[in-house]
Design a protein around this ligand. Structure first.
Ligand SMILES: [Zn+2]
Length: 204
């Protein structure tokens, strides 16, 4: 009974955390749009300005996902693990014979990425560093982009795209630490939770 109660409370806490994250993401994205749209409109005209803003959404999304996966791959290589595979949406990077090969796989999740390294006997600290590297890369670049966006004197278009990148990066930095399993893959947070039980090296 107590176990069921604990499980129920856990799910409620998880739901509340995800709801708060989504609310923060929505508010942040809305603030960037409200602050950027008039400036872009003045500089490029309303239609072109709004089009540039819309184009910035997928571009900043891809860059934020790429930053996350690069963080994993870089940390994995530094920890002595052998990077094998990464994907950013349907774009894949496979390492064979020491060389990275670019590919396309429409079966991969189009709204995310993943980095896989071959595990080598090592300390848990190395595995933890590999798992934390993705969210950390998002946090560092997200804060840098937010600082850029805060400078009202910056050129309108890069400032707007920096704002969109900042919101998505900061969102990814936190949401990837939520301990969930999605499409048969553990989030970085869940993999960290399972670290002491022995986890694979699949950073999402
Ligand atoms: Zn990750």
């Amino acid at each position: 009974m107590l176990r069921l109660l604990g499980l129920g409370l856990g799910w409620i806490a998880l739901g509340a955390a995800v709801s708060l994250l989504l609310l923060g993401f929505t508010v942040g994205a809305f603030a960037v749009v409200v602050l950027s749209a008039p400036v872009l409109g003045e500089e490029y005209g309303t239609a072109v300005g709004l089009s540039l803003l819309c184009v910035g959404l997928p571009i900043s999304f891809v860059l934020a996902v790429a930053t996350h996966e690069l963080g994993h791959v870089f940390a994995g290589a530094c920890a002595g693990f052998r990077p094998q595979f990464a994907h950013i949406g349907p774009i894949t990077f496979t390492r064979r014979a020491g060389r990275w090969r670019l590919g396309w796989d429409g079966r991969q999740s189009w709204l995310g990425g993943r980095a896989v390294c071959a595990r080598r006997p090592g300390s848990r600290a190395r595995v933890a560093a590999f798992l934390l590297a993705g969210p950390s890369a998002n946090l560092v670049t997200g804060v840098a982009a937010a600082v850029w966006f805060a400078d009202a004197g910056s050129p309108a278009l890069p400032r707007c795209w920096a704002g969109l990148f900042a919101v998505q990066s900061l969102f990814f930095s936190v949401v990837n630490l939520v301990p969930v399993r999605y499409r048969r893959l553990d989030s970085d947070g869940l993999a960290l939770c399972r670290l002491f039980a022995g986890c694979g090296l699949k950073g999402e």
